[in-house]
Design a protein around this ligand. Structure first.
Ligand code: ZN
Length: 165
């Protein structure tokens, strides 16, 4: 939809909401307004800054799948499986709970997290931390990895709040 049309649609929506006292839709209006008003500065005027950086971030993350230290870390945590499951050949040890898990239940985790990538200043640090050597990597089971991710996200949110104060 063109910007002009979107603005028109937004104005109509505001009008309808106000005349009918439909204040429940206000948050929807605010979200729409934010989207329209955020300038699309990238990719021939089709991407906002944040969309652009998320595009770069996911591209770099994709490349990190072929990063050798990651498979090296996985090999280090691997042993031959001797349990009852016929199809499972190997199992991997979680560095946190020290239990053993099948391939599907493990994640290779960055001990020092790669962190955020939301602007050009973040780029050198992000690349440096994402493409790290094996000493900054550990094998975690999905449960331990989820807990760590939640803790990191919580910390990041708190930091952002403190910055805004
Ligand atoms: Zn674990």
């Amino acid at each position: 939809m063109s910007l002009k049309l979107e603005k028109l649609k937004l104005l109509c929506l505001i009008q309808v909401c106000l005349t009918n006292k439909l204040y429940v839709y206000l948050h929807k209006i605010i979200r729409m307004a934010k989207r329209i008003l955020t300038p699309k500065t990238r990719n021939s005027g089709t991407m906002t800054e944040s969309a652009f950086w998320s595009f770069i971030r996911s591209g770099l993350r994709q490349k990190s799948r072929w990063w050798k230290p990651i498979s090296e870390c996985k090999t280090k945590a691997k042993r031959i499986y001797k349990g009852p499951l016929k199809r499972q050949k190997f199992e991997y040890q979680c560095n946190q709970c020290k239990d053993w898990f099948p391939d599907k239940k493990i994640n290779i985790d960055h001990i020092v997290p790669a962190g955020t990538l939301t602007c050009a200043q973040d780029l050198p640090g992000f690349v440096e931390r994402l493409f790290c050597e094996v000493d900054n990597l550990q094998c975690l089971c999905t449960d331990c990895h989820d807990i760590k991710t939640q803790l990191e996200n919580g910390r990041r949110k708190r930091n952002r709040k403190n910055l805004n104060k």
